[in-house]
Design a protein around this ligand. Structure first.
Ligand SMILES: Nc1ncnc2c1ncn2[C@@H]1O[C@H](COP(=O)(O)OP(=O)(O)O)[C@@H](O)[C@H]1O
Ligand SMILES: NC(=O)OP(=O)(O)O
Length: 319
């Protein structure tokens, strides 16, 4: 039977330093070449992606707006812009990579809204870093001038932080699933999805950026995927990361990785959301697994030769 996988692209799959449109499209062309391996193997894929750097930059660009003729757009709308922008680049990149291998398939982007709880405590405790990095002095100055919140991001510098509520449901999950089952490659839930809440007037966008690993896990659950693949800057998850005692995790059970979470092995805001998403997906069924690895190792990970594989009972290979 055909396998269905949700592939969540990390920051380095889209942008490695240079934030220009050309550089980001080049990065996505490299990414797309790796993803064609999954299609050649006969898998159905849904691609999701981050948007932290991009949505932060789009928001900064709103500062150039004139309040009447060219008003600034709110954060939910900037999130929608980032989905359209990255989805468009990815459609071009995937179609090019497919045609180089003689494969013809539709690639489509679904603008995706993700339901969040309006009472989520995240709304009063911003934690999601977006946009460029600053020195501490620069961040302090911008905070005073703009009354926005900045925090240090995992030893990499200071960044603006915004609310990041947990995804409750993916509004478009049924149509995403239908498109995939009809044989299309779908890009969806970009940037964790556009956060919306239920109101008496219907769904309304809110000022937040959802974590793409949590949203990808929710999507994988709702479309009943066989695997969630989280691609990032490292080949494996490690315990004692960056210490002389560092140890690579390969085939781990949910119980084992939960004990490592409790012992504080994973950095908040970088590896922790990935392992939490991995656990949440894998623990829903013995048939489901989450793989955390790099783009370069992604396909080897699917055949059991690379990456960190999280499952309820220990992994069997997917193909
Ligand atoms: N325990 C760990 N094992 C592996 N990588 C870790 C660990 N803790 C922190 N990291 C770092 O977290 C990074 C992934 O987080 P991040 O770069 O924020 O994600 P993304 O790829 O989604 O943009 C890895 O590239 C690595 O540098
Ligand atoms: N929305 C989101 O999680 O984006 P990043 O992965 O780029 O931080």
């Amino acid at each position: 039977m055909k396998k269905k996988v949700v592939i969540a692209l990390g920051g380095n799959a889209i942008q490695s330093g240079d934030a220009s449109a050309v550089a980001q499209q080049q990065a996505l062309e490299t990414t797309a070449k790796q993803l064609v391996d999954f299609i050649e193997q006969g898998m159905d894929i849904i691609i999701s992606h981050g948007n932290g750097p991009q949505v932060g930059n789009i928001l900064l660009q709103q500062a150039a707006a004139d309040s009447i003729k060219n008003p600034a757009m709110p954060l939910d709308t900037c999130g929608a812009m980032s989905q359209g922008m990255i989805g468009y680049w990815m459609q071009n990149a995937m179609e090019k990579a497919l045609s180089e291998r003689g494969i013809i398939k539709n690639v489509v982007t679904v603008v995706t809204r993700v339901l969040v709880d309006k009472n989520d405590p995240a709304f009063v405790n911003p934690t999601k870093p977006i946009g460029p990095f600053y020195s501490e002095d620069e961040a302090q100055r911008i905070m005073e001038e703009t009354h926005t919140c900045f925090k240090e991001d995992a030893g990499r510098g200071w960044r603006r932080v915004v609310a990041s509520p947990k995804p409750v449901s993916i509004m478009e999950h049924s149509v995403i699933n239908s498109l995939v089952e009809q044989g299309n490659i779908v890009i969806s839930t970009g940037g964790g999805g556009i956060p919306v809440i239920e109101t008496e007037n219907g769904l309304t966008g809110v000022e937040a950026v959802i974590d793409k690993d949590f949203a990808s896990q929710k999507l994988a659950e709702l479309v009943d995927a066989d695997a969630l693949i989280i691609l990032t800057g490292v080949d494996n998850v490690y315990i004692d990361f960056n210490k002389p005692t560092q140890k690579k995790l390969e085939d781990v059970t949910v119980a084992e990785i939960k004990s490592y979470i409790e012992s504080g092995h994973f950095a908040a805001g970088s590896m922790l959301p990935k392992v939490e998403a991995a656990v949440s997906f894998a623990e829903t069924s013995p048939g489901r697994k989450t793989i955390i690895t790099s783009l370069e190792k992604a396909f080897n990970a699917i055949v059991g030769k690379a990456g960190t594989v999280v499952s309820l009972q220990g992994a069997e290979v997917l193909v």
